[in-house]
Design a protein around this ligand. Structure first.
Ligand SMILES: *Cc1c(COP(=O)(O)O)cnc(C)c1O
Length: 478
């Protein structure tokens, strides 16, 4: 039997009103940090939370008195305010060792690219105007110029992402008709990019040829008919067919297209660049280089901006001038085009490559780091973590992954720090690290938390990581 004062109705009556809470000094201080309406909403949510606790029978009179005492209600309001401010797209620390982590925003751009993006975002910029004449011009002329130099293409454009690039190519060349593609390349890329679905939405009928493991140029040739609008090849980014396999070579497909007057397109996915000043990424085990795909004679080659290229999110289309012009004339190009920020970031990244500074790009630097180079960082980190109360940390040889479907079979030798807490499971530890500020993402293996220094950008990241562990240890001791 509940005593009268523990009766929910009686407890509800003790809750302060919204205005009453808004008049509290500590809540008033929050008004300087957020709008009045926002604050009222936070107060309502705080009171709703208390009401729910009462309704669930989780609080008695004494418990409620505690929750209403002093600044306790104001503290709840502030906690909700702070929790909201932690939501959304915010900087995080990647200690997973996965270089192109889609959940963590794929490629970190070069600081110079980031700075240019920030400057054009915060102000006006030359986007679609010619300086000399003052007349309107095209926003991607410079981009095209840089792409020509780096990939040997005749022209290039960029759209929102590679999915959009493939969509644009399909829609431009094969809408109302057919696109021929190998059965072995009908892939689904993480995050719901399914080649057959994109085709349907682009208004294109899919004509599958060959078998899962073997497709020859002859298969494409035999399938060509009046309805054929495009011959497509897709990089099987996130899986690999091994054993008895055969795929159509780029130059064979290009030759077939040229012979029949049909456009050819290769969705490369990642888009690897090789140029002076950029050490070849041989560890990726023979990824197709964009320049080689272009040189093979294919009409259009598409790839992402934020995978191996190491720039902001975008999808490139490079190739023959007439084909690129056709893509540009499609009204969908206008709907898929890039904003000034992404364009500035892509141009800055391309300029670094042109200037022979490719190895400075964070993604390339991280991929190129050898286990021997990472070992001292892992050992230093292990030393700093091992002295924290309740933690055991040691550096161990491990393996990292490129990520984002780039070379799925490739693992990079690394040195990681294996961490265990005396009183916390690995899951709990990892969760606490994610919920901290800044959030830290790690890997879990065999009830250990693994921190891979490969994806730490600088010593600030390392300091934040150590601070994050220190905060977990303090919380565990409290
Ligand atoms: C990653 C990938 C895509 C999708 O690219 P986004 O830039 O993420 O849109 C399409 N095709 C292939 C082969 C890919 O690897």
């Amino acid at each position: 039997m509940s005593t009268p004062s523990n009766d929910p109705t009686a407890l509800f009556r003790q809750l302060p009103g919204v205005d009453e809470v808004l008049r509290m000094a500590k809540v008033g201080q929050l008004a300087a940090r957020t709008g009045r309406e926002e604050l009222t909403g936070l107060v309502r949510r705080a009171l709703d939370g208390l009401r729910r606790e009462i309704a669930d029978g989780g609080v008695d009179a004494a418990g409620l008195a505690e929750r209403l005492a002093g600044d306790a209600v104001a503290a709840r309001v502030e906690a909700l305010f702070l929790a909201d401010r932690k939501k959304g797209v915010r900087p995080a620390i990647n200690a997973t060792g996965v270089v192109l982590h889609t959940g963590l925003g794929r490629a970190p751009v070069h600081p110079e690219a980031a700075a240019r993006m920030a400057r054009v975002a915060a102000g006006y910029c030359i986007l679609e105007v010619d300086r000399a004449s003052g007349k309107r011009n095209r926003r991607d002329d410079r981009l095209s110029e840089l792409l020509q130099r780096l990939t040997g293409c005749e022209a290039g454009i960029a759209v929102n992402n590679n999915a959009a690039a493939v969509f644009l190519a399909l829609n431009t060349f094969a809408a109302g008709g057919e696109c021929i593609v190998s059965r072995g390349e009908l892939v689904e890329i993480g995050g719901s990019f399914r080649v057959p679905d994109v085709m349907t939405r682009a208004g294109v009928a899919l004509r599958e040829v060959g078998t899962t493991n073997r497709t020859r140029a002859a298969d494409y040739r035999e399938a060509i008919g009046d309805a054929t609008g495009l011959l497509l090849k897709v990089h099987t980014s996130n899986f690999r067919v091994v054993g008895f396999t055969e795929e159509v070579a780029m130059d064979e497909l290009a030759a077939l297209g040229a012979e029949r007057g049909l456009p050819t397109c290769f969705d490369l996915g990642s888009g690897l660049f090789e140029c002076e000043g950029a050490t070849p990424l041989d560890m990726l085990g023979g990824e197709t280089v964009v320049r080689d795909a272009v040189a093979s004679g294919l009409d259009v080659v598409t790839f992402s901006g934020d995978k191996l290229f190491g720039g902001p999110q975008a999808g490139f289309l490079v190739g023959k001038r007439a084909r690129i012009e056709a893509l540009r004339k499609n009204p969908m190009y206008r709907a898929l085009r890039l904003d000034k920020t992404a364009l500035a970031g892509l141009e800055a990244t391309l300029e670094l490559l042109v200037d022979g500074r490719g190895d400075e790009l964070p993604t390339r630097r991280m991929l190129l780091a050898t286990a021997a180079e990472l070992k001292p960082a892992a050992e230093r980190l292990a030393e700093r973590l091992d002295v924290l109360p309740g933690l055991r940390a040691e550096a161990i040889p491990e393996r990292s992954q490129p990520g984002s479907g780039s070379a799925p079979h490739v693992y990079l030798d690394t040195w990681a720090v294996r961490v265990q807490h005396a009183a916390r499971s690995a899951e709990a530890l990892a969760r606490h690290l994610r919920m901290g500020e800044p959030p830290v993402f790690t890997r879990i293996a065999d009830d250990f938390v693994l921190c891979d220094p490969r994806t730490l950008l600088d010593e600030h990241d390392e300091d934040h990581l150590v601070d994050a562990f220190a905060a977990v240890c303090r919380a565990a001791e409290a």
